[in-house]
Design a binder for this molecule. Sequence first.
Ligand code: EPS
Length: 388
Amino acid sequence: MNFKFTTAGESHGKALVAIVEGLPAGMPVDVEKINHELWRRQQGYGRGGRMKIETDRIEFLSGVRHGKTLGSPVTMLIENRDFVHWTEIMASETLETAPKNPRVVTRPRPGHADLAGGQKFATRDLRDILERASARETAARVACGALARQLLENFGIEIKSHVIKLGPVPATPLVKNWDEIAALPADSMLNCADPEIEERMVALVDEAKENGDTLGGIFEVVAKNVVTGLGSHTSWAEKLDGRIAQAFMSIQAVKAVELGEGVANAQRFGSEVHDEIFFDDRNFKRKTNRAGGLEGGITNGEELRVRGYLKPIATLRRALRSVDINTKQEDSAAFERSDITAVPAAGVIGEAMLAIVLANSMREKFGGDSLAEMLANFRGFQESLENY
Ligand code: EPS
């Protein structure tokens, strides 16, 4: 069975819900590890006032019994603490009297889903759009990713992320190895593995804040100990790089995805790009990994390296010009509250999405209804690799 997930919930609604299908039965589940990932997603210098309100934690509603998966759909609930301030505005029932301050949104933010979504769904309250377009939804994805990650741990796969560029700092994205990324403390300011660069990034966030502006940047997700042979060259939809790109592009504000050194490689000669193959009496090896761990849409046993490029957050305190959808008069875009940047959080979300894509590929390749059966299939394939 494939690893599948779905999320539901509005940003200021009662709660977020996630349903995960396709986990094998008998998999130990650590709820505190899931909550830790949720906490990580809420960190980072430059987050706004909302993160002071929320302390995201999951509650299992199904699929887990006595600390282990049952093989049935796993349902998780994350409460929106902010909901208490929005009970009328976000009420599911029809209200007899309109709220005193209905907070109807009519001035779409350039760069946000507001206007295109309002036109598409024929609503004149753009809150109907922004509530679901909001990156609040990613809390639920991170919970799903944390379950995927717990599956992958049984196969030795580890996933980490770091911030390699914030706005224009540094001029070229940072290059860091696994150990440098792994050494980053969980409560680091911007999850950047170069302290001097991080200081400059922090100053840049302060500058943006002062100016009522926002920032984007680049995060990199790295997965270690990924078995050779996930994904396939045989059909477009099976190619793992395509699936990873789709998963990353679905993260709010991500506008480009890069595998390995994909962007730089396009500007080099082939002799400077492709990772030469060696053999060290047991294994095939590479001395470089410019491909980022994928060739022909198949994992090649090297580290997977995926970069997500984020545009700056669309909600600016110094609002950009827009038009009121009712009066058609020029006006500044709506602003209530916003983050200045969320690149470190996006890295955590990228980790979750990569974990989800890999968990799905592992389920496809190694199947099994129980974790024990899946592990046995995995070991069998590893043996065949050793004898190749
Ligand atoms: C978001 C706007 C802000 C962010 C939010 C995403 O929320 P609010 O409108 O409540 O101030 O904090 O992100 C989260 C709530 C979160 O959990 O990441 C947006 O418009 O996308």
